[in-house]
Structure formats: C-alpha cells, structure tokens
Design a protein. Structure first.
Length: 630
C-alpha cells in the first residue's frame, strides 16, 4: 500500500496542490515551502489518532486564517469583500395591452448562498493488499499506474492489466460550524461524497488498516516510550493486541500510599491543622482529611506519567528515556519502528528531518532501514547524506507561489551533466541548489568563495545598501566553467528556482545563451575575476594586504619586496591560491570604497532583486532625511 496522489485545498500555507508520489520519496525545498504541511495533510486523512484532538483543526489551519463564510464575488451575485449582496434591478417596462405578463418580471433575484471556506484533502491510496481489498471492497477503485488516472472504462477485464492496481480515495473535510461556534472535521470515502450519496465515514479502525505513521522530528521521541495514546509503545501494544491489565492494580496500590505521612516531615501536621479548621465551618459530608497522593489515580493521568527508564553508562543508575541524548532517542525510535513494521508488514512511514542530531552514517542507516521495513517511506530532509540515497525520480522538489499554490518538480539533468557526475558531485555542487530558493551561478572556485565574502563584508560596512547572500536566501554554486552556467541555469530554473549568474566577459553568443536560461547575468569586462579585482581596487588595499600576508617562499624569491610591484606580486599570489580563498581573503579586508565597482553594483542589485523595498519606503539616507522632514 502506498500514497499515490495527494490533493490539498485551503490548508495552512497551501491554497491548492496536487502531488504525485513515487514508491519512496524525499520532499525537499527551502524552509517554509510546505513540506511539513504536506505530511500533516496526509496525517489528517490517514492518521488513526490525529482526529482525537479537539478541535481537529483550528483558525490557523485555514489558508490565510479565513474560516468564516463570505459572500460570493461580484460575478456570483456578491462582492469579493464579503459585503451583503445588493442587487439593483431596472424598473420593468409596462406590458403591452393584452400581452401575458411574466410573473418573475421585476422580481429581485435571491442572494446567492455565502461561500463556506473548507479544508479539503484527498489521498489516493494504491497497491492495496488482499486483506485491505476485502475490507474496503465497496469503495475500491482501479488506478492506471502509467497515467496516474482512475480506470473508468466499461470493460471489467481491463483491471487485470499489469498497469492497473486496486486503489481507494479518502477525503478529509474541515470547516467552521457557525451554529456550534466550533471547528469540525471528519474523513470520508471520497466515492460517497458525490451529489445524492450519503457520505460514509472513513473510521479510525479503517485508518488503522492503512498503517500510516507520521514521525514529527521534535515530538515523536519525547513520548516514544510512554503509554500515551498514539505513542510508539502504545502502537506496538495495539498491534500485538496486548491490553495491559495493570491500571486497576496500579491505582489500588497508589491509593494506599500516603505521601509524607511521617509526622517528622511536618507536612501531616499542617494538613491536620487544616482539617481541624475545616471541621469548624463545614459538616463532615463536605470533605475532611486532606492528604497527598502521587497521582490523580486515573488511567489517563497514569498514561502520561508512566515512563520507561534507561540505564546509562556502566552503572545501574537509570534515567527517563527522554533525558537521553537526542541521537540516542532517535535511534530508539528507529528500533521501535522496526517492531511496528515487522508486526504490521504493510506500513507507510512519514518522517521529518531524519538527520536531527544523527551523524551521517546513522542517517543513511535510518533511510535504508525504513525503506526496507515499509511499503512506502516519505521523508523531509536538508541533509545531502539523506538526499543522495534517493533516485532522481524519488526526489520531489516543492515550490510554493506567493498565492499559495504548491507545485512539484523532479530533477531532469541537462545533456552536459551525466548521472555519474551528478552523483559524484552531489554534496559539493548540486545539493545546496536543490534546497535553495535562489541561486547565484558562477564560473569558478574563486568567484564561488569571493562573492559571498564580499556581500557579507559590504553588509557589515553599509547594511542600508547591501545584504549578505545568506540573508537573501541565495546559495552560490560553482558551475565549473562558463559554458556550464547556461546548462545548470536551465536545470535549476526548470525546478522553479530564481537563478542569477556571474562571469567574465563573454562573446555575444555565449552571453545570449546564458541570458536565455537565467533571470539576471552579472558580467564584468575582464578576462579573469582576479584581474577585475586588482584593477578595481586601490593601492592602499593592496599594500595593506601585502604587509599582512605570509608570502609563500617561491613567490618571495620572485618578489623580494612585494610592495615594489604589488599588483604583479598579488596577481601571482591569487593565481597560486586559486580555489584556496586567496582573493576572498583580500576582499574581506577591504573598505567599501576599496571594493571594485562591479562587485558593489552586483551586490546592490542582488539585494534589490531579492529584497525590494516596500512601496513608499525610504531607499537611502537622503530619502530617510526627507521622510523625517515630512
């Protein structure tokens, strides 16, 4: 069993989305793209314990927080702002003598019903087991795995084809109930939501048959070995059909234990004084004999306070499991997941940020184990060690527009980038771009190290005009050569990224090819980044750097006094330290006026492109002064 398709409408930051899932998948994208929202959406539909929360959704689960009914837009009989409908009608002309009069002429049109915002999430589940097909027989549909469309032909024999598999659709609907002044939500078999049919609930027991388990990075481990409803230990006990008959005995034992009853402690004496005073004012039936217990003596409270302890080190001392290291807790979670998978055999794991507090080798182990144990695993991750364990077709790159429309893309390598090279250079060249919203594509290692350093230094010197590339959400990628900027630019632009480029002077044909694939190209007029830096800076900056530099012996023998011919000496030094941050170190010690004009202009333009000022906002010191003067 696996999730094949997910449709989301009006849920949190997502106004609309339709996603197609491979067998195993990793969801990637910049922060706040909607990765966690996608997993939360699946959990609302398939999570057996998710709807136990009351209310199941709240104000912040609706897109833009809009959950109240609004009047239809003007085209539908009302205005977009939700104001009451006012329908103006021209006076009806007087009917001709003897002509029949239409009974509706001049009658006001009824106002359209207000539109009620609803969260709608539909999950298409495919590859159902024989047992699942038997349980959900009345709601089984058939999916064409080649087209990801439902098989609706009148020929029943067609479902025997290899590309046709048993499937089922389930839909969660959440809305605000104005009469009850509360939020409501329920899950149904999608087939039964058509007009005229009675909606059939997709119950908690139905969901348990689907075996979806969502592991939130910050919350799963904190209660994994507790007996709270929905904890991993509780799930394992339910799968093994073990119902601990310990509550009555435990409650009876605790009820007989009187905390601090020893008079030497002084507490019992205070309580006796309170009891004596109480008898002066109220009869015995109102309450007497206050004393302390270790619990409220209810099952629910015991579920929350009963906790597994784990011994640490070589001694016998044990501590609560949640006080162990984060990495230990995460590996403990993995061990419990293996138990769940072995007992259930057909389970979908969804896991956030598998890399949290886990070393790289363990990250890979978790991915391999979950893929092996589950029918389907869905991860979110920012770790290259996790991402490189998934094939290109298993990597879902998510992007969300300003309007809230979530889209997916997969990596399609250009002809110049072979799959072998992609895998070999994934950690160093490709991963960061896949995880970013904005990319600055440069042609060499010197530019890749120097431009981020320059933007950071300029932002420190003049934060009103410049901003670091990191703060703008820009990652810098070394394309390797100028000819690769266009190809890699096409790759990332096709994934919905904003791509900028920086390079040496190009021929008109090369520049046109790059311009066609990226948003904006920064091109200087020199044949080499180092030459542009040396020509664009000041002699004072060169001399200061030459004095501070620990010159390598071979250059010192060539230039006994580097400052005597500082430009030639630094040119050789930059060439020798190419790819080793030599030029970046020089730029890091420059003042704003000592930076080449091209670098200043590029950094300023990148800020304007990625972080434009709000309309009417001051854009510089003069504007700030004018604004203060009114």
């Amino acid at each position: 069993m696996k999730v094949s398709k997910l449709s989301i409408a009006n849920f949190r930051g997502i106004k609309s989305a339709t996603l197609i899932f491979p067998g195993h998948a990793v969801l990637i994208g910049d922060n706040n793209t909607g990765k966690s929202t996608v997993l939360e959406a699946i959990d609302l539909v398939l999570g057996p314990d998710r709807l136990n929360r009351r209310p199941p959704v709240d104000e912040h689960d609706f897109h833009l927080g809009k959950y109240l009914s609004v009047k239809p837009s003007v085209g539908d009989g009302g205005d977009a702002a939700g104001e009451p409908d006012v329908v103006a009608h021209a006076p009806a002309p007087a009917p001709e003598q003897g002509a029949p009069q239409d009974a509706d002429v001049g009658r006001a049109e009824p106002a359209a019903e207000p539109k009620k915002p609803r969260i709608e999430i539909e999950v298409l589940i495919s590859d159902l087991s024989i047992e699942q097909q038997a349980r959900f027989g009345d709601h089984i549909e058939w999916l064409d795995t080649q087209t990801n469309l439902l098989y609706t032909q009148a020929d029943p024999a067609g479902v025997d084809a290899n590309n046709i598999t048993a499937a089922m659709r389930c839909t969660f609907i959440g809305e605000y109930d104005e009469e009850e002044d509360d939020f409501a939500g329920a899950t149904y078999f999608s087939q039964t939501l058509t007009d005229g049919d009675t909606a059939v609930s997709f119950s908690k027991k139905d969901k348990q048959r689907c075996g979806f388990l969502y592991l939130r990075s910050l919350r799963t481990g904190s209660r994994a070995l507790s007996l709270e409803h929905g904890s991993l230990l509780d799930i394992i006990l339910r799968l093994k059909e073990i119902r601990p008959q310990m509550w009555e005995d435990t409650i009876a034992s605790l009820a007989g234990f009187n905390v601090a009853s020893d008079p030497k402690l002084g507490i019992s004496g205070v309580l006796e004084s309170i009891n004596a005073s109480l008898k002066k004012y109220v009869p015995r039936e109102w309450g007497v004999k206050p004393h302390l217990k270790v619990s409220t003596l209810t099952r629910e409270h015991l579920r929350k306070v009963v906790t597994a302890f784990i011994a640490t080190g070589d001694g016998d001392h044990a501590a609560p499991f949640f006080r162990q290291g984060t990495g230990t807790i995460n590996m403990l979670v993995l061990a419990m997941l293996s138990q769940i998978a072995e007992d259930k055999q057909n389970v979908i794991f969804a896991m956030e940020e598998v890399e949290t507090a886990i070393p790289p080798y363990a990250q890979k182990r978790i991915v391999h184990e979950l893929r092996k144990l589950s029918a389907q695993s869905i991860f979110t991750s920012h770790s290259p060690y996790v991402l490189e364990e998934f094939g290109l077709h298993e990597t879902m790159i998510l992007a969300r527009s300003a309007a809230g429309d979530l889209t997916q893309a997969t990596v399609s390598l250009p002809a110049s980038v072979k799959h072998k090279r992609f895998r070999q250079e994934f950690r160093t060249r490709f991963c960061e771009g896949l995880l970013s919203r904005r990319i600055l594509m440069v042609e060499g290692a010197t530019e890749a190290s120097s431009l981020p350093v320059s933007a950071r230094r300029l932002a420190e010197l003049n934060p009103a005009t410049y901003c670091s590339l990191e703060a703008l959400g820009i990652c810098t990628i070394n394309a390797g050569t100028e000819s690769q900027i266009a190809d890699l630019g096409r790759l990332y632009t096709g994934l919905g990224k904003r791509v900028f480029g920086a390079c040496d002077k190009q021929t008109p044909e090369s520049k046109a090819a790059i311009d066609a694939e990226i948003e904006h190209l920064f091109m200087h007029d020199e044949k080499g980044f180092e030459a542009m830096v040396l020509k664009g800076t000041t002699k004072a900056a060169k001399d200061r750097f030459a004095d501070a530099l620990d010159w390598p012996p071979h250059l010192l023998s060539k230039f006994p006094d580097p400052k005597a011919d500082v430009e030639a000496a630094l040119s050789d030094y930059f060439s020798w330290s190419k790819g080793n941050w030599g030029t970046a170190d020089f730029l890091a010690q420059c003042t704003e006026a000592e930076f080449p004009q091209w670098i200043r202009d590029a950094c300023k333009m990148l800020k304007e492109l990625c972080d434009p000022p709000a309309p009417g906002a001051p854009t510089g010191p003069a504007d700030d002064f004018d604004a203060l003067l009114g």
